[in-house]
Design a protein around this ligand. Structure first.
Ligand code: AMP
Length: 234
């Protein structure tokens, strides 16, 4: 399974990527996590990244491509990977297409998880992430048993600096200007599938899996050509 999960920040890409990783044993490649880990190391680059990310802006394409291309050449990616939060701009998507064509010779399934802005703002403002095991909580939907503590590992729950309402709005603007055009980009390439991200996590997962199965069936000749599937938006 080679997958790109598209969607606004907070659409549920990370949650779905983790479920896919668990079920299919292939790595989740989250550029956001990779950048946060650089920030945590406190390097000069990490400090620059921290500034950009806290503002809600995008990190320059060239730097992102360097990080991703290196990561995709690691042996654990040979049988599949799930890209979460990448690509985020048309130039990133174009570079990725070239890279996949010349270096990896693979086709990729693209799934856009659609969620409206007002829901995103609510979700991210209430999101808390365990600083240790990275489990994600929602103060409204699945709050921790003990305030501020992770149920799984007792780690401290953090409110990401970029999950403050003003920064969320900025990230959404950045998403609409730079990332949403990828929906058309991949639709034109007949690679796009869409699922309704407003459903319960398990139902979103069921629909995400359907997209991969449809693509597989299309390749095996059960349908004519590559399916462009618009999963029903309930
Ligand atoms: P995320 O965890 O995916 O929401 O990413 C957090 C932040 O990291 C974003 O707001 C950007 O500043 C940066 N970032 C993550 N992925 C990318 C990317 N593919 N291109 C540019 N910036 C990125």
């Amino acid at each position: 399974m080679f997958a790109i999960l598209l969607g606004a920040p907070g659409a549920g890409k990370g949650t779905q990527a983790q479920l896919l990783m668990k079920k299919y044993g292939i790595p989740q490649i989250s550029t956001g996590d990779m950048l946060r880990s650089e920030v945590a190391q406190g390097t000069a680059l990490g400090k620059q990244l921290h500034e950009i990310m806290t503002r809600g802006d995008l990190v320059p394409d060239a730097l992102i491509m360097q990080i991703v291309e290196k990561r995709l050449q690691a042996p654990d990616c040979f049988n599949g990977f799930i890209l979460d939060g990448f690509p985020r701009t048309i130039p990133q998507a174009e570079e990725l297409s070239k890279f996949l064509k010349y270096k990896m010779h693979i086709d990729i399934t693209v799934v856009d998880i659609s969620v409206q802005d007002d829901v995103i703002i609510d979700r991210l403002a209430n999101r808390r992430v365990c600083g240790t095991c990275k489990k994600v909580y929602s103060l409204t939907v699945n709050p921790p048993i003990v305030d501020g503590k992770c149920d799984r590992c007792d780690g401290e729950l953090k409110h990401r600096a970029d999950d403050q309402v003003e920064t969320i709005r900025k990230r959404l603007n950045v998403y609409h200007d730079n990332t949403a055009p990828l929906i058309r980009f991949y639709r034109n390439k007949k690679l796009l599938h869409r699922v309704n991200g407003l459903q319960k996590v398990d139902d979103v997962f069921r629909d995400v899996e359907k997209c991969f199965n449809m693509n597989k069936n299309a390749k095996e000749g059960y349908t004519t050509g590559r399916a462009v599937v618009e999963a029903p938006m309930n």
